[in-house]
Design a protein around this ligand. Structure first.
Ligand SMILES: Cc1cc2nc3c(=O)[nH]c(=O)nc-3n(C[C@H](O)[C@H](O)[C@H](O)COP(=O)(O)O)c2cc1C
Length: 254
């Protein structure tokens, strides 16, 4: 299984065998993580592998996932660092999935030793390990909005572009909020995120992580289709006055 196939097979795994994973596999995951390029050269990230004992305490509740390992992503706070964090972490999540292991994002995890280095912020954590039950899911079973509710097609587009949108649709998000909206042309996709007025502050930061995850699905699918696609920020779009959505980034195909 490759990363693209993992997009269509993944699900959040919340029950794990507490056996530790082989050190060799942990090294592969760490090496893969280190090999991922950032969205922008200005942003620096560090990773930390933590075991259960490294947590302050595991708060009981639905948002806590008990797993043998956690991968914590720390980042410097340059512009778009949360978008980058989601973009990077999702590639790691798909790598872990492709290797037959389960994983689940954790929005907030209390660590005993909080920082890795000055100027770095803990952004997002991935719990992972050997899944207690089935690690894969048929993509039709994923609870997601319909394509027509998340994408507007401005012209007739190729099958490959449609595949990119299908991959984006399956992205995981905080509380399955699915904030991505897309305006689609045959050679470009503009990505927007919905604005939730009620939960403005709570959701604002995690929304960008979600958008980064969505961006990674778009680009992984493009690569699989042999499309030359790259993320670009278009100033003419960002300056438009959009009522319900925020412009995030575009993907340009050539
Ligand atoms: C940034 C982020 C944070 C998340 N935080 C948690 C969490 O703290 N606890 C949890 O159980 N699930 C968490 N999730 C998983 C989502 O609830 C899950 O992705 C969503 O419900 C869709 O389900 P699926 O991943 O099985 O497709 C998080 C997902 C994302 C993307």
């Amino acid at each position: 299984m490759n990363l693209y196939e993992a997009i269509f097979a993944r699900k959040s795994v919340r029950k794990y065998s507490m056996d530790k994973i082989d050190q060799k596999v942990l090294d592969h995951i760490a090496n893969f993580a280190e090999s991922i390029p950032m969205l922008s050269d200005d942003i620096k990230v560090k990773y930390k592998m933590v075991e259960l004992a490294g947590l302050k305490r595991l708060q009981p509740g639905i948002l806590t996932v008990k797993a043998p390992h956690y991968l914590v992503l720390y980042s410097t706070r340059e512009s778009d660092y949360q978008l980058n964090a989601g973009y990077v972490m999702e590639q790691i999540a798909l790598y872990i999935t492709a290797r037959g292991l389960g994983c689940c994002y954790i929005a907030n995890l209390n660590l005993k030793n909080e920082t890795v280095a000055e100027d770095y912020e803990q952004v997002i954590t991935l719990a992972f390990g050997e899944a207690e039950n089935e690690v894969y899911r048929q993509n039709e079973k994923a609870r997601r909005l319909a394509i027509k509710d998340i994408a507007v097609f401005k012209e007739e587009v190729d099958k490959n572009v449609r595949t990119m949108i299908s991959a984006a649709r399956l992205s995981p998000s905080v509380l399955n909020s699915q904030p991505w909206r897309m305006v689609v042309y045959n050679n470009r996709i503009h990505l927007f995120s919905t604005r939730n007025i009620l939960m403005k502050n709570v959701m604002k930061e995690t929304r960008l992580i979600d958008m980064g995850i969505c961006l990674s699905h778009l680009l992984i699918a493009a690569e699989e289709m042999w499309l030359d696609a790259r993320p670009v920020y278009m100033n003419n779009i960002s300056s438009q006055n959009l009522k319900k959505n925020d412009y995030i980034i575009s993907v340009k195909m050539s």
